[in-house]
Design a binder for this molecule. Sequence first.
Ligand SMILES: Cc1cc2nc3c(=O)[nH]c(=O)nc-3n(C[C@H](O)[C@H](O)[C@H](O)COP(=O)(O)OP(=O)(O)OC[C@H]3O[C@@H](n4cnc5c(N)ncnc54)[C@H](O)[C@@H]3O)c2cc1C
Length: 398
Amino acid sequence: MARLAQTAGLTEIQQEILSTVRTFVDKEILPHATALEHADTYPQDIVDGMKEMGLFGLTIPEEYGGLGESLLTYALVVEQIARGWMSVSGVINTHFIVAYMINQHGTPEQKQRYLPRMATGEVRGSFSMSEPDLGSDVAAIKTKAVSDGDEFVIDGTKMWLTNGGTSNLTAVLVRTDEGAAKPYQNLTTFLVDKPTGYGEVAPGLIVPGKIDKMGYKGVDTTEMVFKGHRVPAGQILGGKRGAGFAQMMDGVEVGRVNVAARACGISIRAFELAVEYAQQRSTFGKPIAEHQAVAFKLAEMATKVEAAHLMMVNAARLKDSGNRNDVEAGMAKLLASEYCAEVTQEAFRIHGGYGYSKEYEIERLMREAPFLLIGEGTSEIQKTIISRGLLREYRQRT
Ligand SMILES: Cc1cc2nc3c(=O)[nH]c(=O)nc-3n(C[C@H](O)[C@H](O)[C@H](O)COP(=O)(O)OP(=O)(O)OC[C@H]3O[C@@H](n4cnc5c(N)ncnc54)[C@H](O)[C@@H]3O)c2cc1C
């Protein structure tokens, strides 16, 4: 799509990366996505291709073997990939968040140990806050780590781990009870090494099978059960007990820009499909695009695609400039995911009955878009974050 979702001021390197990724999406992802999704098949060839392009190390600093690119570059790459198939962006997203957290908060040893192997995709990251009884209310985490000599013993059940089976490093937020008054100050992030696969993958660490989902198929989402699993104390992120909540929230903040970018990618694709179909399908003697009701839908969809893209780019640039972007990332995620649900719905309506057929790509997008309303914090949670931030900023001085 030449006209929509353009980004001003990109460097030559950014343009080159995006052009390479776009070609990869058109040739290697789009032609296979729907069949792989319907079969719920892990896209191994596509993942191998992404490894070859260096995408697992896109934002990892060059000193650790990565490409050292910005959050903006990453978000624009994700937008392209999600235009092809959202699940593929899911494969790199948790990895990206964990690499970011290690780079920002890890000890020098942790950075040396993980980042070079994360840059090549040899180590693949997942991250885990949610549990069966909680998602939005992170501070209520129950999974517990108890100190025992120079190890910690972890017990509890985590839920909804994207890449839970295919990753070999999981950043897990658990309760360590530091005696702090605020519940969130009693949480600690552990870097848990584990083999890939399902079942009891390590003593006291069980990854039951893949959760059967409505969409977002191909990529694995799992539970993770800890039954007395022992982790060395040196695996605490940054060596800082009680700092886990803040570390995770920092990771989720960049994750929210990524979710906004995914929503933009799906919306772009839904628009492309709708504008093409509207010119092919005729009713009452003319293409449906010439009925004003359909043309206006296209105009509204394109406007939403453009608005979401600009807010996503703004949030990424703010973080890249070294500023906190909680409000802007929340706004971008809220707007892009809500618009994405609306744009896919309109593209579906334009397809008439064919939109309900599994032969048409829009059917897949209709099942993918709702996840974006939930993942990395629901729309209600984004509104909480945005309003809190604004009230801090606009506090009345009496
Ligand atoms: C496919 C998939 C992949 C995921 N991957 C991961 C992952 O890799 N790692 C991870 O840690 N988690 C992951 N999650 C979990 C996800 O982050 C949570 O599902 C999400 O944060 C919502 O939490 P919940 O499901 O417990 O809903 P709840 O928190 O129970 O919320 C239920 C409803 O109540 C509303 N609500 C809750 N609290 C409030 C409030 N204070 N004010 C107003 N409304 C409120 C919510 O908006 C929602 O509508 C994944 C989820 C899915 C579906």
